[in-house]
Design a protein around this ligand. Structure first.
Ligand code: FES
Length: 291
């Protein structure tokens, strides 16, 4: 082996052993969901990795813009649909603003998948109630499509989703498909409709109370902004759901994504390492104070 080859091999080994080293992905498609949320579709530049990469619904990844930084995003596409990956990007900071300036063909960094995932084994054979708010539909839609691609394994399915306004509804193409699917009960609500809105008005928790899904043999999966999560848990308790029957996924101040920086704790748990998916029974003692 020549000196040059040895140096290159050392570089390759350093790269392989560096847990912060991202893979390169290429942006295939961009969908503007709302004025502040876009979905990017992407695939790995390395064809072998593209074929071999696997993940589970509920897991997240770090996306990086070179020279700007990286941030955490749940993977919003379903592992049952392997041709590309999707992430929903809410424009709230430096990295997300940079991701909103990207065009098709851009190269960005990806590391992951990280974290645990939704417990499909627990959900199998049960009725499911999906409850989402705003961009919180991103991780839920990965699971919803995963479940719908295996529809015969599950019982009755309710989807309750809301946003502040009609223009804040994300993934409208999915909502249309689910509303047309007669095997599902899909209810869409906005806090306040515009002149053309013919759907429900009101907070997700109120619509949930009115819909009153049965708790029998049922798992509820909740994801949305903290205020929606905090208002939804009591309604589920009133409807008879036990804390073990309620699953949620949290996104909180994540930085490294791999349990090293200590930025994402809730109580004695790290969201990145112990979650982001938790049963309500696991987090209920500190969720009102810390989330
Ligand atoms: S994001 Fe660093 S410890 Fe969780």
């Amino acid at each position: 082996m020549t000196i040059t080859q040895i140096k290159q091999r050392k570089k390759d080994l350093d790269r392989e052993n560096n847990v912060y080293m991202p893979h390169i992905v290429l942006v295939d498609k961009i969908i503007e969901e709302t004025p502040s949320v876009r979905t990017i579709h992407f695939h790995f530049k390395d064809a072998k990795l593209n074929n071999e990469f696997t993940f589970e619904s509920g897991q997240f990844a770090e996306l990086s813009i070179f020279g700007v930084g990286e941030a955490t995003f749940c993977i919003s596409s379903s592992p049952t649909r392997k041709d590309h990956l999707e992430c929903g990007i809410n424009r709230v900071g430096l990295v997300t603003n940079a991701l909103h300036r990207l065009g098709v063909g851009a190269e960005i960094g990806f590391r992951g998948p990280y974290g645990n995932h939704f417990p499909l084994d627990l959900m199998c054979g049960k009725n499911l109630v999906f409850i989402g708010g705003g961009i919180g539909l991103a991780p839920l839609r990965s699971l919803i499509w995963n479940v719908l691609d295996n529809r015969d394994k599950y019982g009755k399915i309710d989807i309750i989703y809301g946003a502040r306004s009609v223009s804040d509804l994300c993934f409208k193409y999915d909502l249309d498909t689910w509303e047309e699917d007669k095997t599902l009960n899909t209810v869409i609500t906005v806090d306040k409709g515009d002149g053309k809105w013919r759907g429900k008005e009101g907070f997700v928790s109120e619509v949930l109370r009115d819909a009153a899904p049965s708790c029998g043999n049922t798992i509820a999966i909740v994801c949305g902004p903290p205020i929606m999560i905090r208002s939804t848990f009591p309604v589920l308790e009133q409807l008879g759901f036990t804390p073990d029957q309620v699953i949620t996924t949290l996104e909180k101040r994540m930085k490294c994504g791999i349990g090293k920086c200590g930025r994402c704790n809730i109580g004695n748990l790290y969201v990145c390492r112990d979650g982001p998916v938790f049963s309500y029974s696991r987090i209920k003692d500190f969720i009102s104070d810390e989330y």
